[in-house]
Design a protein around this ligand. Structure first.
Ligand SMILES: [Fe+2]
Length: 293
């Protein structure tokens, strides 16, 4: 577990950056770094399909100064130690600069996945549970050899058990973080995690994540939100998926607006999602930061 992440004020503000697919650069480091967020979460798929591009993005993310959680996506199946090293690269540089008196700030950037992160907002605590990393969705455990070697997970059943163990140690209030969203929210191509690349459609959500959410609710825990990406908001049929959904008192967020950097009529815009949460209230909003305006 990371150190307890503390909100600055009465409300925790978390910036959620959807699948990058290489759409991230110094402008984002500067813009998102200046929003005063307590915490950042990257839903993954940093690169464009090659290990080099994922590592290049990780090195850029490492320049952020906020506490940051990075969930590896299915496009980020690189050597996990190498990915962690890139994310920590700048911290090493910062430490050297701090020793020499040139820099006193230090970021705190963590790879997440099968991990538990505690957050404190005023006198209230909640748990962020990072679910299965590298998920590609669907009914099978993807990258089985890689998952066994890297996380010791050999089946979706083992994944469910690992997530249940995390729920057992969690606070009353939980937010799940994931690369792909849970099963059970629709099987049409335009549904929030519906399959848009098979003619028959289907539910492409993660069954282990859905089981963990059910388990948490059965334990009388409050699952306040589930935040993921992976299934791009614009479907292959040109439909627009909903980016948020409220079901059974839980918010489901799909932050994968791809590409997240795009040209509008008068400017270039950069997308992320803002979560504001305290003991009683929770709200999500889409944020489009203009690059020049
Ligand atoms: Fe993905």
């Amino acid at each position: 577990m990371t150190n307890v992440i503390k909100a600055d004020g009465e409300t925790l503000r978390m910036g959620i950056i959807g699948d990058l697919h290489t759409h991230w650069d110094d402008v984002d480091v500067h813009q998102i770094g200046n929003q005063g967020y307590d915490l950042l979460f990257f839903t993954g798929d940093l690169g464009g399909g090659t290990p080099d591009s994922s590592l290049r993005m990780a090195r850029s993310i490492a320049r952020l100064r906020q506490t940051t959680l990075v969930m590896p996506g299915n496009n980020d199946t690189v050597d996990i130690d190498q990915l962690a090293a890139e994310l920590n690269h700048q911290q090493g540089v910062n430490r050297i600069l701090a020793i020499t008196g040139q820099n006193t700030e230090s970021g705190s950037i963590h790879l997440c996945g099968y991990t538990h992160h505690k957050v404190s907002v005023a006198d209230h605590q909640l748990s962020l549970i990072a679910a299965r990393p590298h998920s590609m969705g669907g009914p099978e455990l993807t990258f089985p050899d890689y998952m066994a070697n890297t996380y010791g997970i050999k089946s979706l059943d083992e994944s469910v058990q690992r997530l249940r163990n995390l729920v057992d140690t969690a606070c009353q209030d939980i937010i799940f973080l994931a690369h792909n969203g849970p099963a059970g929210l629709g099987d049409k191509p335009g549904d929030i995690w519906g399959c848009d690349f098979k003619p028959v459609g289907g539910d492409w959500g993660d069954t282990d994540l859905a089981a963990a959410i059910r388990y948490a609710k059965n334990q009388n825990k409050r699952v306040r939100a589930v935040i993921a990406g992976h299934m791009h908001l614009k479907t292959k049929q040109g439909e627009q998926r909903p980016w948020q959904l409220l079901a059974d008192d839980t918010y489901y967020i799909n932050a994968a607006r791809v590409p997240r950097i795009f040209s509008g009529e008068d400017d270039v815009y950069r997308h992320h999602v803002l979560l504001c949460i305290d003991k009683t209230d929770i709200a999500f909003s889409e944020v489009l930061l203009p690059q020049y305006g």
